[in-house]
Design a binder for this molecule. Sequence first.
Ligand code: LLP
Length: 431
Amino acid sequence: MIANNLKIIDNVLYFGGRSTIELAEKYGTPVYIMDEPTIRENCRRYVRAMKKYFGESSKPFFASKACSFKRMYSIVESEGMCADVVSCGELYTAKAAGFNMKNICFHSNSKNDFDICFAIDCGVGCFACDNEEELEAINHFAGEKGIKQDIIFRVTPGIDTHTYEAVNTGKVDSKFGFPIETGAAMCITKKALSLPNINLVGFHCHVGSQLFESSVFVRSAEIMLVFIAEVKKETGFEAAVLDLGGGYGVRYTENDPVIDIEDNIRQVAEYVKSKCTELNLNQPEIHLEPGRSIVADAGITLYRVGNVKQIEGYKNYVSIDGGMTDNPRFALYESEYTVVAADKANDKCDFPCDLVGRCCESGDIIQPRIMLPGSIKRGDLIAVLTTGAYNYSMASNYNRIPKLPVIMLNGAEDYVAVKGETLEDIIRNDM
Ligand code: LLP
């Protein structure tokens, strides 16, 4: 199995020590199932390794876009994580969960006046400032509210991480942040230092997602530290914070490598230390922003088969009771997933098929070209693995399909972390 929270016992898939058959009977399908101990262990790995190698002042921020609901913020906060948010919706959710607003960094490349004011009023710790208009707006509203606002600048180090294009964000021509290469990052830094209501604390970069090579993080640390040294030389300002973003990869299939995050952090930390010495810099407080690697393997999605369609001489389809509305990642990025017939998990898989959703759209594919047991039929249980990241958070109501509940497992206990939407919810805002 691709994660150690998965097991097969008596031909049944178990997740977090629990039978998927029993969970499906108790909560119905389709349903997201998440395992709280796995989330906690994933947080601890970052907290431990960062403290050990980057020092006590370092901070892991949970990139909450990966999976945002109240209970999630409480879990990660209780494990010592800060959080990054990209919208007032995420910020509001964190606030409602009682998250310490000082430990939140507000991202997004297009924050409007409402976003900025709302975040300042919430007492958000820091803005990751993305562009000049935003800098001016933060300065303006902070002044109006009589505060000096901490910000970090998002800069693009000019790295092509060769991950899939939609998440390849560190290149010079990215929509995010200020490129270092063109001089824009230096220019905006000088401007920020001259603004009365802005407290520039450091710099941020995020070069991509689903990354497995530690060399990528070392390379971006190098470019960022050289930039920090140049800023120091030109302006006298020495950044107190360096945020290296998120991006560590997870295993969607057996083909994905196992990544040793602790060792990876050790390598980056050693590099940062030696580079700071070489550049005569004090080591900045290091921030990381893991999202996927905190929650992905803490989630699976359970569905029931609706029908099996065999087109003689062409192909076979297995349709389920969910689809791109609860998991749009294949439709968007052709992402790979591991699919298991959860109630016949050891049966021989000799039936080639595409696993497709219920939406009125041919692109509603969860995973093409998979193998399932030949006996697969209506009512059988299907588990799609590693769906804890960017599934619930990217879910939609296309075709007016209600969003699924999120059920959290905690050893022998289980609880509803997010209620499933009802048909009533679907028309809630209709006038
Ligand atoms: N920090 C920043 C500024 C980011 O933009 C992201 C992800 C992260 C941290 C977290 O990266 P992670 O550790 O999760 O790789 N919807 C896509 C992923 C989009 C990632 C966007 N930014 C997907 O489903 O693959």
